[in-house]
Design a binder for this molecule. Structure first.
Ligand code: SF4
Length: 379
């Protein structure tokens, strides 16, 4: 079995790093001077062996799922995306079914490699290692969720919505397998990026979570606030001050050798609140730390592989605005850019490296704000 590090990079692209993150829409905005579709997210499964309390697509999870569209039809639509730079494969747990791994995931990843397109899979890596070992040689980023300091945290959070009790021993076994899998994949040369969310459970122990992620060998720690979508709709929400404090703790206590990527933060350089701007400036100045602009609807669309429906993101309440059965993805992206919701967050302040808020962030914190009339306050 080939290791990820043994696969050549035929296009001689730069390494994924704080200096080169093609998922960030600012990269293509700077290059082309306007938003273009450079990223496609594919939902390949609605099955999952967990039921996390914060799952952003929890309401779509099922116990049995219908057939997917033929692979050829999605490959044809990807082929038409002129500026495609990244794909993301998501679920559910995308690797839940071995057939999905063989018949869809590996061919999609091979397609991406053959075209010089970077790839990511969002997985809980709690299944047998062989499943991930088969994927790793063709993959750029294995993205996992990690919000725990103990197996008991994992037990409590990971099965909160399962509808029946899951024995502690089962959860402990899965927790240990997840850590072992992440470690082995990292040792094999794969970029394992662990995402933690800042929420009511994690905000005071985020530094301990970070330490465990470093111990697993992950090369990147991705941090986002939790937003109340799907299963998370009823969870307590923490305020901006607590969120700022959690980010501040991470800045002080992080291991500076690993890349820290913050995303969907509710802080902007156009905010009147000086504390927000001060924190952003500290993030910008910290080595090995990036704040990614949100890709959803900026340079990325989501395609549901069962129906062909196209969404702004896999967890949005915004209904599908097209289908790959009848439309090219580039055309659908242009259609989305004209949508009033897309226009409500369409701003760009080059000096701040910012191209506007995520839709959920706007909805939660800036419902009445008109971003088209705001400007970064750069002192
Ligand atoms: S791009 Fe938009 S959100 Fe970002 S600083 Fe400028 S006005 Fe604010």
């Amino acid at each position: 079995m080939m290791k990820a590090a043994e696969i050549s990079n035929p296009y001689g692209q730069p390494e994924l790093s704080p200096a080169y993150d093609p998922w960030d829409p600012i990269t293509s905005l700077r290059k082309y001077g306007r938003h273009l579709l450079t990223s496609v997210e594919l939902t390949v499964s609605n099955l999952c062996n967990m039921r996390c309390e914060h799952c952003a697509v929890g309401d779509t999870l099922v116990l049995a799922e219908p057939a997917k569209l033929p692979l050829a039809s999605i490959l044809q639509r990807l082929d038409e995306v002129e500026h495609l730079q990244t794909i993301s494969i998501t679920g559910g747990e995308p690797s839940f079914s071995g057939r999905t791994v063989q018949d869809y995931i590996i061919p999609l990843l091979k397609y991406a490699r053959g075209r010089g397109v970077r790839s990511q899979i969002n997985s809980n890596v709690t299944l047998d290692y062989s499943r991930y070992e088969a994927i790793a040689p063709y993959l750029d980023v294995m993205h996992i969720s990690f919000n725990y300091t103990t197996a008991d945290d994992f037990h409590q959070v990971g099965f909160a919505k399962s509808g029946h009790p899951v024995p502690r021993e089962t959860a402990v076994r899965m927790y240990e397998r997840m850590i072992e899998n992440a470690r082995k994949l990292s040792e094999g040369g794969l970029l394992v990026s662990a995402e933690s969310m800042i929420n009511f459970r994690t905000h005071e122990k985020i530094a301990d979570i970070h330490r465990l992620i470093v111990e697993m060998g992950c090369r990147r720690h991705e941090v986002h606030p939790m937003y109340p979508s799907a299963f998370a709709a009823d969870l307590p929400v923490i305020g901006k001050e607590e969120m700022r404090a959690a980010v501040d703790t991470l800045l002080k206590e992080r291991d500076p050798s690993i890349w820290m990527l913050f995303g969907t933060l509710p802080f902007f350089q156009c905010n009147e609140d000086e504390e927000d701007r001060r924190l952003l400036s500290r993030l910008a100045a910290a080595p090995n730390v990036t704040v990614r602009n949100d890709p959803d609807g900026r340079n990325r669309l989501n395609v549901n592989m069962f129906t062909g429906d196209v969404f702004v993101t896999d967890f949005s309440d915004v209904p599908a605005f097209g289908n790959i059965g009848g439309d090219r993805l580039d055309d659908l992206f242009q259609r989305w850019l004209g949508h009033p919701l897309a226009r409500s967050v369409d701003c760009h302040c080059p000096a701040a490296g910012c191209c506007g808020p995520n839709l959920l962030v706007k909805d939660m914190y800036y419902r009445d704000a008109d971003f088209s009339s705001r400007k970064a306050i750069i002192l």
